[in-house]
Design a protein around this ligand. Structure first.
Ligand SMILES: [Zn+2]
Length: 112
């Protein structure tokens, strides 16, 4: 009656598991591992590169752009009907106004 035994008995011996792939978390190192850990923690944008929806964008309430560095290149889609982006550099602590009238300010975040 050996054919009625569960397959699990054949796949594992002690702590090691045979016949399957290792956990990807054991293979990655460095920034790739930190990115994977951030994804596992629920942060779907650890590098802060996804598009940000513009808020009021006034001088008193500028759009906050996260950055782990002292400057960041920003692309603004000034008009929803435009097919191009306006690029500008943002510097930490300096309010910057796009040609469309929106104000932007860099917001420091911890590096990954
Ligand atoms: Zn703009």
């Amino acid at each position: 009656m050996w054919w009625l035994r569960p397959v699990r008995r054949l796949r594992s011996v002690g702590a090691r598991v045979y016949g399957g792939m290792h956990d990807p978390l054991d293979h990655v190192t460095g920034i790739e591992k930190r990115e994977l850990l951030a994804h596992l923690a629920g942060d779907c944008d650890p590098f802060r590169i996804m598009a940000i929806k513009k808020g009021p964008g006034t001088r008193e309430r500028p759009n906050l752009i996260p950055s782990a560095f002292c400057q960041r290149l920003l692309a603004c889609r000034c008009c929803i009907h435009d097919n191009h982006l306006e690029y500008m550099w943002l510097h930490m602590g300096c309010l910057t106004r796009c040609g469309c009238g929106y104000w932007f300010l860099l917001c420091p975040v911890a590096p990954l």
